[in-house]
Design a protein around this ligand. Structure first.
Ligand SMILES: [Zn+2]
Length: 174
């Protein structure tokens, strides 16, 4: 196990479209486990491969709160694809990102989704009726695989409120 460096806003790797994973190899499973460890260390509930510098379609998610004594419940998802369910309603809540530290802004997203992915054993999986933080994490992490960040989805008012912080963060990358 190893902790990985989390790339931050302004890093080009966060803006690239990630490639499909053809085969789940032991190396990729090890990478996913390192990503989970990195995510727990940073007290996040999701992490996508571009955030640790790899443009491949891999995300890890755990919405339990191990810090509060919850049992861990990790998901490793290769090539995740989600779709909104017919009775889904839009939900607006404050969202953050380990690559955009200390910024929390309202984002509206579908409230209920189905996700399909390949698990760490290489098996196809489908989870229906994902809601709450889980549904949000699936969408947020999937966005990373297409080079999208949650700040792309914020209102113009929130954008101008946070513009200088974001510019400063991007500038540090030089
Ligand atoms: Zn993120």
């Amino acid at each position: 196990m190893a902790l990985l460096d989390i790339r931050t806003y302004g890093d080009d790797v966060l803006r690239k479209k990630s490639g499909h994973v053809e085969k789940v190899t032991p190396e990729l499973v090890q990478l996913a486990e390192d990503m989970l460890e990195t995510m727990y260390e940073a007290a996040g509930c999701g992490l996508a491969a571009p955030q640790i510098g790899k443009n491949i379609r891999l995300v890890v998610i755990d919405i339990s709160r191990p810090d509060d004594g919850d049992e861990k419940h990790p998901f490793i998802m290769f090539n995740p694809e989600w779709e909104e369910e017919p009775d889904s309603e839009p939900v607006t809540v404050e969202e953050g990102c380990l690559s955009i530290p200390e910024i929390w802004i309202n984002v509206t997203r579908p409230g209920k989704v189905t996700v399909r992915y390949t698990d760490e054993k290489g098996e196809a999986r489908e989870i229906n009726h994902c809601e709450g933080i889980f549904a949000r994490a699936i969408q947020h992490e999937s966005d990373h695989l297409d080079g999208k960040l949650f700040v792309d989805k914020i209102s113009p008012a929130d954008r101008s409120l946070n513009e200088s912080k974001l510019k400063k963060m991007a500038k540090k990358k030089g």
